[in-house]
Design a binder for this molecule. Structure first.
Ligand code: ADP
Ligand code: MG
Length: 352
């Protein structure tokens, strides 16, 4: 069974950036306002995430890395998150099968922090050996409110995967890309990232920054200077159907910012799409938007696009694994049309 779990985990977490994405989402879900990330060897040696969120209750630590523990536990609040976002992860379980995972966490009401070690979904000793006695119990230690997730030696037991990584710098670049996208999206949350053992912050945002400032830090001044807001409320009426977008298509809200027709940039920046606060890629939406832009930007110029979609969770395709980046949803064509019409209006400046 452990082999099956390992294979399953290796299919969910393909590269360090996948693990990091899941960990950032957990920290954001835990209402953190600051998330600090340290990375060693492109994340293959170490991913260390420190947040100041609500922490994990000591009694929940023994089940933290069980698959689907989420839906079994009373103190977890993630049934709510399934209802809100439509996604259920098994990130920590997966990571515990293919790395050396340890967790330090403290809730506001607990006088002490606790440190726990995991191996193959279960609590382990400090040297990551399985056990069932006192040696695997979470250890009380001093610590601040919040959670540290320490992932060491990712893929240590998946040699084929490990061999496939050609460059630590490439993996680090993917990690930075994910952090940058969350730093743009997650208002009220500051992020910092550095390489382990170095003091230089490679990326750093403060929780107070507004959207434009966050985009400036991550994607540069040229992008930030040409931004226009895109906001679409699901209560707007569909003129033909005489129904709101929310009732008709489950489209609750779209918000974001895109560059205008003056944007003079040849470098391609992959569009930043979030659906229900999860970073996703959505190729049909990407293609539709680039066909709108061809009327506005000189040939060769590439827009910057950041859009955050809120869609009724029951309209998301649950057959797509929650950690897969490509997301499917009901009424996809209609929703993409609605968004494109809006972006077209915004770009033509005829929006009221
Ligand atoms: P999911 O996020 O889908 O529930 P995960 O394996 O990613 O699955 O996380 C399991 C649970 O562990 C979360 O639901 C949450 O209750 C808890 N958790 C994970 N990371 C954190 C964190 N940084 N702060 C507080 N709680 C966390
Ligand atoms: Mg999660």
């Amino acid at each position: 069974l452990s082999v099956v779990n390992k294979i399953a985990a290796g299919e969910i977490i393909i590269q360090p950036a996948n693990a990091l994405k899941e960990l950032l989402e957990n920290s954001i879900d835990a209402k953190s306002t600051m998330i600090d990330i340290q990375v060693k060897d492109g994340g293959l040696k170490l991913l260390h995430i420190t947040d100041n969120g609500k922490g994990i209750h000591k009694d929940d630590l023994h089940l933290l890395c069980e698959r689907f523990a989420t839906s079994k536990l009373s103190k977890f609040e993630d049934l709510e998150s399934i209802a809100t976002y439509g996604f259920r992860g098994e990130a920590l379980a997966s990571i515990s099968h293919i790395s050396r995972l340890s967790v330090v966490t403290k809730t506001a009401t607990s006088p002490l922090a606790y440190k726990a070690f995991y191996s193959n979904g279960k609590l382990a000793t400090s040297s990551f050996k399985a056990g069932s006695d006192k040696s695997v119990e979470p250890k009380p230690i001093a610590g601040k409110d919040g959670t540290q997730i320490i992932v060491e030696n990712l893929f240590y037991n998946v040699p084929s995967r490990l061999k496939a990584f050609r460059s630590k710098n490439d993996e680090f670049a993917k990690i930075l890309d994910v952090i940058g996208r969350y730093a743009v999206h997650a208002g009220g949350v500051g992020f910092s990232c550095k390489k382990f053992g170095e003091s230089h912050q490679i990326l750093s945002t403060r929780p107070q920054l507004n959207l434009k400032e966050r985009i400036r830090v991550v994607f540069g001044t040229a992008v930030a200077n040409e931004l226009i807001d895109v906001i679409l409320d699901g209560d707007e009426k569909d003129e033909d159907a005489e129904k709101s977008y929310k009732d008709e298509y489950g489209l609750i809200k779209v918000s974001g910012a895109v560059t205008n027709s003056n944007f003079n940039n040849k470098k391609r920046i992959q569009p930043v799409f979030f659906i229900n606060h999860r970073l996703v890629s959505c190729d049909p939406l990407k293609r539709a938007l680039s066909s709108i832009y061809q009327f506005f930007l000189p040939k060769g110029n590439q827009p910057f696009i950041y859009l955050s979609l809120e869609i009724s969770p029951q309209n998301l395709d649950v057959n797509v694994h929650p950690t897969k980046r490509e997301v499917r949803f009901l009424n996809e064509e209609e929703i993409i049309d609605i968004i494109c019409v809006k972006v077209h209006k915004v770009l033509s400046n005829i929006d009221s």
